[in-house]
Design a protein. Structure first.
Lengths: 703, 165
């Protein structure tokens, strides 16, 4: 297997960057990744355990904190194992070789005669001593060899195989979240967020607010207002009172219908990728446009953080996806040096991308600055979560496919119009934290350039279909003037782009009178994708038979970012009052799956979340900010709406790991959309596919 | 201490402030220190603060603390020393969680179903859990785990029932 050097290893080339030996002779490994609930820490522990030859229970892993671990960027984009895990493997391989060399010279034998297994040094299979005895001789200043020889696939997983999530029990019955932190003398803070972050505070009776129950102090800085209180309850209640009593100057520039606004743009598209001349053959073109509205990340637990200032140094505990980037953004806001700030990751509710975690950290830091030495905990209210957090970007994609005389697709042209998909802290060189806009010394966010192509692109992610369609051109048009705040939501533009591309493919297959899955298989780009689709075909034949008139089936397929995990999804739906997804079969290939069950859990979660987006979710707004006050205004999928799931994983232990968490959203949305089209005979092109959307679509098709 | 209000939480008696309008959620989290009961919305719409009050699953954000006077309350901390409980075992077996923020509430809702010993179909279990939101999309595994827990607790009961017959 070719050994490419993962980026984190280029930045952190020394063994001591990745591990330390404690005085008690325990090994502690460092990862710049964070556990977001996706199980990556368990997978990383498995990788260390397997590479070193030591029991998983004996491994400690320190996740991202700015004063200890490598800076591996954001934990995002299904890259934890691909980059973070592979880096650790190289570090551990170097460590393993050192342990063997030290042991060999102690025993006066050749290192090739020794093996490391179960935490023991073995010579030709016989026990010599425990590795604990040589750990103090490890040279942590040594470089991780560029070609650090990690184990061959055939040598892997011999001693230890899949383990349970190391953190699940505590999440079930304990209090591991940043929300749960309690420190001596802690105060409880709550911001008073206006519905739109560019609003200006006009009036607020600060004296009356300071007399609300439990309020210790009201903090005002420009248009930022927050309270410090003796309990969480009092903080939340005071902030709610203040929000209702305060008046704000709204900004201009209402956009009543974000999608209409996007598609009515007239500025030029930028060509972001082009493989050949899509217009070289004249002939028949087919097209389809699909849009998705703004959608919420919708974390069940609101954003939270703890902050403490002491001697002009700030410490923050956060569930941010990027502690180093948050540190730098906070340094920008407070105009202090980065080394004066320590940011430590602590568990949060699932975020699914850039939600309010970083914003809550700034809120806590602003409030804590007023009470030297006292830790301040901020937990946003549900109102804050639905108004102040960034949303998943609204977008519209038009795809065109060229057909040859034999009914093959021979050229493909995509136009994506979208608000930028990422405005993470630091993107564009500005903090991009909400309250940084509200404070007097305001730091406005720069225009987001969206996610660059080298990181899989933002709006245009997966606009290139995962098939052999001849030349493909992708054009992108970013729209910046909407008053809403958007940032990364799982899979970025891939979700909508896969839905439109797979929808268009389906339309053409129907027109040709071909089975949509067979039509896709005909256009497969390689054997790997063909095997995947053939497997899906053989697993789902029985689900295509004996369907009632109100029932349909559909498929969706994509290889995430064109180079990552492959995922194909089949669904059955019944369309009656609304759409019910009855049954889902998926086949995925993520290369080497470190934790096959963990991978399946991620794929299933992605499918279910995507079904929820596709059938239910759209953020309601008044043109300036959201009007969603509770989950009643923003329904998501419920237990009784969950289909049966058959999740098949094609394991390829000798291939590189490709990542899993974001591979299924696009294919699942596409499968649902195509199945509804199959059942109804008409296609819903403005997501979500609600009952109202179906009725409107049927009515307009009758006319 | 005549007239003082009390309730029993996970087997321990606690005094309650009879004048307070404090939601039970904050009493549990911040006064008693039982922080598995999570704040999700404070509006009774997500279920992450679900606890069991006299056998029934209730959202603690919508329950006023003084109203639980004389009642028996269970939170997910009851499982801390009960790793052999059918629900804990089966949730671990099916790895029925991702971020886990919603899980204590779901475990409490499930335990109240299990304790009632009704025979529920998968759909009936699902409908009973519709007040509990999960955003990671682990629903199917959670339902698998609850069905398995039913099975485990029936198996546990079966020999006793025989011997008493």
């Amino acid at each position: 297997m070719k050994n490419q050097v993962p980026k984190p290893l280029l930045d952190y080339p020394k063994l001591g960057d990745w591990l330390k030996v404690t005085p008690e002779k325990k090994l502690v490994f460092f990862s710049g990744r964070v556990e977001l609930g996706q199980g990556n820490i368990t997978a990383l522990i498995m990788m260390i355990s397997d590479e070193l030859g030591i029991e998983p229970e004996k491994i400690s892993l320190q996740t991202a904190r700015t004063d200890m671990t490598p800076n591996e960027g954001f934990t995002a984009g299904s890259m934890s194992i691909v980059h973070g895990g592979q880096s650790l493997r190289s570090a551990v391989a170097t460590l393993r070789q050192q342990i063997l060399n030290i042991s060999a010279s102690r025993l006066g034998v050749d290192a090739l005669e020794l093996n490391l297994s179960n935490g023991q040094i073995l010579q030709k299979g016989s026990f010599c001593f425990s590795i604990d005895e040589v750990l103090d001789q490890i040279d942590l200043s040594s470089e991780i060899a560029a070609g650090a020889k990690i184990k061959e696939p055939s040598q892997r997983w011999v001693e230890f195989r899949e383990i349970e999530r190391v953190d699940l029990l505590e999440r079930m019955t304990g209090a591991p979240f940043v929300h749960d932190m309690i420190e001596e003398g802690m105060l409880f803070g709550a911001p008073v967020h206006p519905a739109n972050m560019y609003s200006k505070l006009l009036t607020l009776d600060v004296i009356a607010l300071s007399k609300r129950p439990g309020v210790i102090k009201v903090v005002q800085d420009g248009s930022f207002v927050g309270v410090l209180a003796t309990s969480q309850r009092f903080a939340l209640e005071a902030a709610e009172w203040a929000r209702e009593k305060s008046e704000w100057k709204e900004i201009d520039g209402k956009i009543e219908n974000p999608i209409s606004h996007l598609v009515s743009q007239s500025h030029d598209f930028e060509i972001v990728s082009e493989t050949g001349d899509v217009n070289k053959n004249s002939g028949e073109w087919h097209e389809l446009t699909v849009s998705r509205p703004y959608i919420f990340h919708g974390s069940i637990g609101p954003a939270a953080a703890v902050a403490k200032w002491e001697n002009e140094r700030l410490t923050v505990w956060t569930h941010s996806q990027g502690v180093f980037q948050l540190r730098d953004a906070l340094a920008g806001v407070f105009e202090t040096a980065e080394e004066n700030i320590t940011v430590i990751h602590k568990a949060g509710s699932g975020c699914y991308g850039h939600n309010g975690a970083d914003d809550a950290a700034l809120d806590a830091a602003i409030l804590a600055r007023e009470v030297e030495g006292i830790p301040v905990k901020v937990i946003w209210s549900r109102y804050d979560e639905f108004h102040a957090a960034p949303m998943g970007a609204a977008m519209s994609t038009k795809s065109r496919a060229h057909l040859d005389q034999d009914g093959y697709i021979t050229a493909f042209d995509v136009e994506v119009t979208s608000v930028p998909h990422s405005s993470r802290p630091g993107t564009g060189g500005t903090p991009n934290l909400r309250s940084a806009v509200l404070i007097k010394n305001s730091k406005l966010p720069a225009k987001s350039p969206d996610v660059p192509a080298m990181r899989g692109g933002g709006a245009e992610r997966n606009a290139v279909p995962s098939y052999d369609f001849g030349p493909v051109r992708v054009k992108k048009r970013l729209v910046h003037d909407l008053p809403f705040r958007a940032s990364a939501l799982r899979s970025l533009g891939a979700y909508n782009n896969v839905i439109v591309n797979e929808g268009l493919i389906d339309e053409i297959a129907h027109r040709n009178g071909e089975d949509p899955l067979a039509f896709r298989i005909k256009h497969c780009v390689d054997d790997r994708s063909k095997e995947l689709l053939l497997r899906l075909d053989s697993e789902t034949k029985r689900y295509k038979e004996n369907l009632k008139e109100s029932q349909g089936w559909g498929v969706g397929y994509a290889r995430y970012k064109g180079i990552s995990g492959l995922c194909a999804v089949f669904v059955n739906v019944t369309v009656d009052e609304g759409v019910v997804v009855d049954n889902v079969v998926s086949v995925s290939d993520v290369g080497e799956a470190i934790s096959p069950d963990g991978v399946k859990n991620q794929i299933e979660g992605g499918i279910v979340q995507s079904i929820s987006w596709t059938l239910k979710e759209a953020v309601k707004t008044d043109g300036l900010s959201t009007t969603v006050d509770s989950w009643f205004d923003y329904p998501i999928i419920k237990f009784s709406e969950i289909p049966s799931l058959n999740t098949i994983l094609i394991e390829r232990p000798s291939e590189k790991p490709l990542g899993a968490a974001e591979i299924s959203q696009g294919p699942a949305g596409a499968a649902v959309s195509n199945a509804v089209r199959h059942a109804l005979g008409v296609r819903i092109t403005e997501l979500p596919i609600t009952r109202e959307a179906i009725i409107n679509s049927l009515l307009s098709n009758e006319i | 201490m005549q007239g003082e209000l009390r309730c029993t939480i996970n087997g321990v008696v606690h005094a309650i402030d009879s004048f307070s309008s404090e939601p039970l959620l904050f009493f549990l989290r911040d006064k008693i220190g039982l922080r598995s009961t999570r704040y999700g919305c404070g509006q009774g719409t997500c279920g992450s603060c679900t606890v069991i009050i006299d056998g029934e699953a209730k959202m603690s954000c919508e329950t006023i603390t003084k109203d639980v006077s004389g009642k028996t309350i269970e939170t997910a901390e009851v499982f801390e020393n009960q790793h052999e409980h059918p629900l804990v075992k089966s949730f671990i077996e099916f790895q029925a969680g991702q971020c886990g923020y919603c899980l204590p509430g779901i475990l409490m809702a499930s335990k109240s179903l299990l304790d009632k010993k009704q025979n529920l179909s998968r759909l009936e279990i699902a409908q009973a859990l519709d007040a509990n939101l999960c955003r990671c999309g682990v629903h199917s595994r959670i339902l698998d785990a609850i069905e398995k827990a039913y099975q485990l607790s029936n198996e546990k009961k079966a020999p006793n029932e025989k011997s008493s017959a």
